[in-house]
Write a protein that binds this ligand. Structure first.
Ligand code: NAP
Length: 252
């Protein structure tokens, strides 16, 4: 059991209804945070996450918003402020993945993916940064992917969106560190969540074979990295993209 180092802190986790986002909500609640759980369509799942947060003694609210919609995001941030106070920490986690080959790819797919995975980070970060600047405190973690670093033929828009997050993380980290807003990213390898439901078993088996640890990861293992990057244990780190992939991608 770790120290409750986030006591009295409010964290907003986008896409907190399930998968990695849910594991982040639970991990951050275990560290003492009050958690705003954003969801898009799965309200029941978000409520289930809220119950997990409350088990750890944290306050939880669920807040519906499509993170690609600036007005909905502004309303969500206002709701979090009303109910939990100013946002100290943000996990830009919400995202989509559609398994699409280059032959099947369309402009609609490209725009949907870039909107959900990259433009959303601009929208949500810009909606919370004012209050972070006013309070001269903020911690942000963005969810990239090893797709940003290792090309794959069946997720071209996804890879582009996740590579964009690496650059967005570096640039915003540089721009906002004078205000004590520290920004980093995580690049998970294959993690056991619903997002990979369209990936066929032979592809998953091949990925496992290419992974030195010979397994896929669990959402909780990514939540631990997110906790680390939000915490003062990473106090000299900014603009980094930390890879957690069982060794599938190893950066220098
Ligand atoms: P998941 O189980 O499919 O969860 C996706 C989450 O994103 C859900 O909470 C969903 O909300 C939310 N979401 C999607 N579009 C949204 C929108 N427009 N507005 C608000 N919320 C939205 O997937 P996951 O694996 O946990 O993925 C979380 C993040 O990790 C994603 O950014 C993904 O790209 C990244 N990642 C995952 C893996 C992996 O192998 N699993 C690897 C690398 C990176 P609803 O439940 O309401 O629909």
């Amino acid at each position: 059991m770790s120290e409750p180092d986030f006591e009295n802190r409010t964290v907003l986790v986008t896409g907190g209804s399930r998968g990695i986002g849910r594991a982040c909500c639970e991990r951050l609640a275990r560290a003492g945070a009050n958690v705003a759980i954003n969801y898009h369509s799965r309200g029941e799942d978000a409520l289930a996450t809220a119950r997990l947060v409350e088990i750890h003694g944290g306050k939880a609210i669920v807040t519906q918003a499509d993170v690609t919609d600036p007005q909905a995001v502004a309303a969500m941030v206002a709701e979090v402020n009303d109910q939990l106070g100013p946002i100290d920490m943000l996990v830009n986690n919400a995202g989509i993945f559609e398994y699409v080959t280059h032959e099947k790819m369309t402009l609609d797919h490209w725009k949907r993916t870039i909107d959900a995975n990259l433009t959303s980070l601009y929208i949500v970060t810009w909606a919370v940064k004012k209050q972070m600047i006013e309070r001269q405190f903020g911690r942000i973690v963005n969810m990239s992917s090893i797709s940003a670093l290792r090309p794959r033929p069946y997720g071209i828009a996804y890879a582009a969106s996740k590579a964009g997050i690496v650059a967005f993380t570096q640039s915003t980290a540089d721009a906002l560190i004078p205000h004590n807003i520290r920004i980093n990213a995580v690049a998970p390898g294959l993690i056991d969540t619903e997002i990979i439901k369209d990936v066929d078993q032979p592809t998953i088996d091949r990925i496992i074979e290419q992974t030195p640890m010979k397994r896929i990861g669990q959402a909780e293992e990514i939540a631990d990295v997110v906790h680390f990057l939000l915490s003062e244990a990473s106090s000299f780190m900014m603009g980094q993209t930390l890879v957690a992939s069982g060794g599938r991608v190893m950066l220098p």
